[in-house]
Ligand binder design. Structure first.
Ligand SMILES: Nc1ncnc2c1ncn2[C@@H]1O[C@H](COP(=O)(O)OP(=O)(O)OP(=O)(O)O)[C@@H](O)[C@H]1O
Length: 233
């Protein structure tokens, strides 16, 4: 993916198996979001191909991606502030449940599964960060995705909230959903993913099982080591 003469992502390749959980990691500006946006249909790549379940999705619209079963969350949750939590989730549910009563029932089940039942009747504007993150996940889940793309969906949570969110992602995966996760929180990557791709300056510099990848010198130098130095007082 090039922006003018600047190549934000170059030569990155990922073959994703059904049922996998893949992590995309790397320093700020490495190209993770750009790669992710191409997978989600929010950017049309300037080169390469994206194929999902046998269909070429390279130039397909975000709507076509949702219909095909690819759902994404946004780093900054984009909720309908004056609608209730249940209504927000119904927006996603309408994709596969055109009748209002069916969409309502489906959304109710998703709201319960995602731990938002007690707030279902409240307006989205009343939610704090953890609730917003959950609602973002719930609304995508309501579209019935086969593949969910999570863009820092677990950032900004307290340790206890993070554990609950990890449990929710596990629960979603257990229902048969394949996941691609962009995340800076290494605990999320190490506990949830089966395979990671490490981006640096637009290139994939390492890929493989998380516990092996984090030991690679190139990954430590480009990403993990840098983070450790930054965290030192
Ligand atoms: N629309 C755009 N136009 C021009 N350059 C862009 C555009 N979007 C991203 N870039 C550039 O592409 C590079 C990769 O950005 P990207 O957002 O994909 O990185 P990232 O790894 O997701 O970083 P972060 O962890 O901060 O989200 C950066 O240098 C960024 O400035």
């Amino acid at each position: 993916m090039a922006f003018g003469s600047f190549r934000a992502v170059s030569g990155a390749s990922l073959a994703l198996d059904e049922g996998e959980i893949i992590g995309l990691i790397g320093p700020n500006g490495a190209g993770k979001s750009t790669f992710f946006n191409c997978l989600a249909g929010d950017m049309v790549p300037t080169g390469g191909r994206i194929v999902f379940a046998g269909a070429d999705m390279t130039r397909a619209s975000p709507e076509a991606h949702a219909r095909a079963g690819i759902g994404r969350t946004f780093q900054v949750p984009t909720t309908f502030e004056d609608m209730t939590i249940l209504e927000n989730v119904m927006v996603g549910a309408f994709l596969r449940h055109p009748r209002r009563a069916d969409a309502h029932e489906h959304a109710r089940r998703i709201v319960e599964m995602t731990g938002l039942k007690d707030q279902a009747g409240q307006r989205a504007r009343t939610l704090g960060t953890p609730g917003r993150k959950r609602l973002e996940i719930a609304r995508v889940l309501a579209t019935g995705p086969r593949l969910m793309l999570l863009d820092e969906a677990l950032a900004g949570l307290t340790p206890a909230e993070l554990q609950q969110a990890i449990a929710l992602v596990r629960q979603i995966h257990a229902t048969g959903v394949t996941l691609v996760i962009v995340e800076h929180i290494m605990e999320v990557i190490m506990t949830l993913t089966q395979r990671v791709l490490v981006f640096n300056q637009g290139h994939v510099i390492a890929s493989g099982k998380p516990d092996a990848v984090v030991k690679e010198t190139a990954v430590i130098e480009a990403y993990l080591g840098h983070g450790r130095r930054k965290r030192r007082p």
